[in-house]
Design a protein around this ligand. Sequence first.
Ligand SMILES: C[C@](O)(CO)[C@H](O)COP(=O)(O)OP(=O)(O)OC[C@H]1O[C@@H](n2ccc(N)nc2=O)[C@H](O)[C@@H]1O
Ligand SMILES: Nc1ncnc2c1ncn2[C@@H]1O[C@H](COP(=O)(O)OP(=O)(O)OP(=O)(O)O)[C@@H](O)[C@H]1O
Length: 305
Amino acid sequence: MITVRVPAKVNVQLGVGGLRADGFHDLANVFFAVALGDEVTATAAEGVTLSCSGPDAAAVPLDDSNLAARAARLLAAHHGIADPGVHLHIAKAIPVAGGMAGGSADGAAALVACDALWQLDTPLPVLLELAAELGSDVPFALVGGVALGRGRGEILEPLAVEGTFHWVFAVAEGGLSTPAVFRECDRLREEAGTGSSDTDVPTPDADPALLAALAEGDPVALAAALANDLQPAALSLRPALAATLRAGTEAGALGALVSGSGPTCAFLVKDAEAAAAVAGALRASGTCRTAHATHGPVPGASVAG
Ligand SMILES: C[C@](O)(CO)[C@H](O)COP(=O)(O)OP(=O)(O)OC[C@H]1O[C@@H](n2ccc(N)nc2=O)[C@H](O)[C@@H]1O
Ligand SMILES: Nc1ncnc2c1ncn2[C@@H]1O[C@H](COP(=O)(O)OP(=O)(O)OP(=O)(O)O)[C@@H](O)[C@H]1O
């Protein structure tokens, strides 16, 4: 039996370029791994089967569409294993369809767990390629820490970071579909008259002030540099998120933004004490379903113990 811990992510910068011919957008995606995470346990079994526990378990598909099952089958196919056997149990803490890459995290964790269970010793560059086939966010869940993702987010470069940053995540009622949020971003750009294709929108770049704030471990400077090009689209689809962002800011957060495609909202705070206070204020505000205090960066998918 192998248990793998895997982090959720928040995008401290999400620069979104124009729509490419293949349906994706080029990104300047600064991923940040947080301690709020899932655990995936792989046990020898017949066929590929799944189970899930946790407060949101009912929202997680247990068929072959689950990214953990897809990861197990992809790894097996890569090694020519015709009839893979594994039971994967997902202990789910990452909000589902929340913009924190929960499914991607489970996909990455399943790659690592099955690789260990089946004693395959797949080299990391190969695991990263398989991860990119599963989804744009999956490679980052393997590496963790803080990294700049280019292309559709799968081409990763680790970034220097000093110390620990403290975060609060406000979980919304219900999720948002990632493709729908990208589509809404394109629609808003068309409406504004700027155009939405990759010939209209310049390729985004990482913000030097944000990279310096990470390297210096400066939460005030990082808060000032937080930026998410998908935020207007998430707010357009879910206007109530504006009240959530305001509630966390009024409770003393240094900075606030929608996490990735949303609807989870992320709040950067000064320290662990401020995190507990802001999480409490958010829970009491009635503007979210629940709120979690956490920290990062933390490593990517790794075997527990
Ligand atoms: C919003 C982010 O979470 C930020 O990290 C990611 O960009 C989304 O990554 P993901 O959920 O792994 O997305 P994928 O499963 O690769 O793609 C789902 C859909 O999202 C849209 N998509 C995704 C990534 C990207 N760079 N451009 C896109 O337009 C496309 O419509 C795609 O069909
Ligand atoms: N292991 C999984 N956990 C959660 N959802 C999964 C999983 N596998 C597949 N899904 C499906 O993927 C959809 C998106 O879920 P997920 O939690 O990955 O969203 P997300 O965090 O918004 O993704 P991202 O931030 O990468 O765009 C879910 O609604 C569900 O149908």
